[in-house]
Design a protein around this ligand. Structure first.
Ligand SMILES: [Zn+2]
Ligand SMILES: [Zn+2]
Length: 473
């Protein structure tokens, strides 16, 4: 147990080194745009970034318990962020993924990812090609790109929601779909199933709607005498992006160059695959002999969560860098996609020489997996706290059982000092809860929380050994 707080402090130090500048890089990159366009674009960028700031300020204290409805609302808001909007493009790519993988796979912080794409530190989500043939002519390639939708069709989870009632999707309330004769636990399970089925259906509808809008605007633009749609890419842009596409070695799809590169071994990876790489859920180390113990007997401080490894060379703390083509700044904070004209037809070269060496995870150019899910530490602490509460409760029950055993002398000392003084005991929690309803002050650091947890564990084990001594007398 002793070395764990140290590890936690290290984790914090690494994190703060890496804390990202989400806006610092934005203002000076708007140079060269005309006034009106600049205002319009920056207001759009502002909206995208603001939605993130709102999400942060609404839960200042990440340890605060959220109601079921709050959790549902946040999940739905996240899913909305996964919908590609063809008007919000960056260098020919988008701010949301093309794939329709399960929400669990793409549970990254959408605000962080959008900011990184806008800052050109992470490749945008490009619509991939299933295949690429070098013999394709200019026209053929443009035609193929023209036929691409914004979203891939759904391939998973279809059966999982079959037969689940959906109710009226336009109404946010669906309480009447829940069978009130069931136990509370069953009702909770039913609610979660209905919510997920509804959200799946909504995501499908939202994706279809965006796909249709995109298709319609392309058809509209093809009509003779039609005014060009500034959001649609020019043929030059389509060709330049997909000409000499590169295959992502993980999903085997073809993406425009440049693509993200692993910080360690310089292997390519598409943004879609990168955002799905994440830490495993908090768990106990497998080599410990804790495996056979009950959950409440395990030491919460042993609970761990390792940084991700590079999928290619297994280096710990996976991260990527991205070198954008600075002469091809198109879409948000760049020129309109329809007005892009190729400068020369030897494209695909990054304006800076390609990186040829590995970079540290803390390098300012590197975007780590952890930075896309900045709440991993909070999740780990919450799980540790949950276990600590459980084991504290188990100890309390164990002690009070001992105290009421006939022939066993009750100790007033034990009653006043041990059981109720637990941080995790409901009475203590009620007396010490802060105004925001949380057990911890909103500015408590992980290390402080950790220290308190350790303190409680020591108190409890002291109490237990005292009780054991008394009973052996
Ligand atoms: Zn990929
Ligand atoms: Zn690597």
């Amino acid at each position: 147990m002793g070395n764990v707080p140290g590890k936690l402090e290290n984790e914090n130090a690494v994190r703060s080194n890496r804390s990202m500048s989400t806006s610092a890089a934005l203002p000076h990159r708007t140079n060269g745009m005309n006034g009106a366009r600049k205002a319009r674009t920056s207001s759009m960028v502002g909206t995208i970034l603001n939605s993130r700031r709102c999400s942060e300020s609404s839960d200042l204290n990440p340890y605060k318990r959220k109601s079921t409805k709050d959790k549902e609302r946040l999940k739905e808001r996240h899913v909305k962020q996964l919908i590609v909007k063809h008007g919000e493009s960056v260098d020919g790519g988008f701010l949301a993924p093309y794939g329709s993988s399960s929400i669990e796979k793409v549970d990254y912080d959408a605000g962080v990812v959008k900011s990184l794409i806008l800052e050109r530190r992470l490749a945008p989500f490009y619509t991939p090609l299933q295949d690429y043939d070098e013999s394709w002519s200019h026209q053929e390639l443009v035609k193929i790109v023209d036929g691409l939708p914004l979203h891939a069709p759904f391939s998973e989870d279809v059966e999982a929601f079959e037969g689940v009632p959906l109710g009226d999707l336009s109404q946010s309330d669906f309480d009447d779909l829940i069978d009130k004769s069931l136990s509370r636990r069953e009702q909770r399970r039913m609610r979660s199933m209905i919510f997920n089925a509804r959200l799946y259906r909504k995501r499908l509808l939202w994706q279809e709607r965006e796909n249709e809008k995109f298709l319609e605007s392309k058809l509209e633009a093809k009509k003779p005498g039609a005014r060009s749609n500034p959001c649609l890419p020019s043929d030059d842009l389509k060709f330049e992006l997909y000409y000499k596409g590169v295959e992502c070695p993980i999903c085997f799809l073809y993406y425009p160059q440049p693509i993200n590169m692993s910080r360690c071994c310089l292997q390519p990876i598409c943004s879609e695959c990168f955002v799905q790489i994440k830490r495993a859920e908090p768990h106990f180390p497998h080599d410990q002999d804790e495996d056979h113990k009950e959950e409440e007997e395990k030491d919460p401080n042993l609970l761990t969560s390792e940084p991700t490894n590079c999928p290619y060379c297994a280096t710990s703390d996976y991260g990527i860098t991205y070198d954008p083509v600075l002469t091809r700044k198109v879409g948000l904070q760049g020129i309109k996609p329809f007005s892009y004209v190729s400068g020369n037809l030897e494209p695909v070269e990054s304006s800076e020489p390609a990186r040829r060496r590995s970079l540290a995870a803390t390098d300012r150019l590197v975007v780590t997996s952890d930075s896309l899910r900045p709440d991993w530490q909070v999740k780990l602490n919450k799980e540790r706290m949950r276990l600590a509460r459980r084991s504290a409760n188990a100890t309390a029950i164990h002690l009070s059982n001992q105290l009421v055993t006939p022939g066993h002398q009750a100790s007033s000392n034990l009653q006043t000092h041990t059981v109720p003084s637990s941080n995790y005991h409901p009475e203590f929690a009620a007396a010490h809860a802060h105004d925001n309803g949380s057990l911890w002050p909103s500015n408590a650091t992980a290390a402080e929380i950790e220290n308190q947890m350790v303190e409680q564990a020591i108190k409890l084990s002291l109490a237990e050994s005292k009780a054991a001594k008394k009973s052996s007398r």
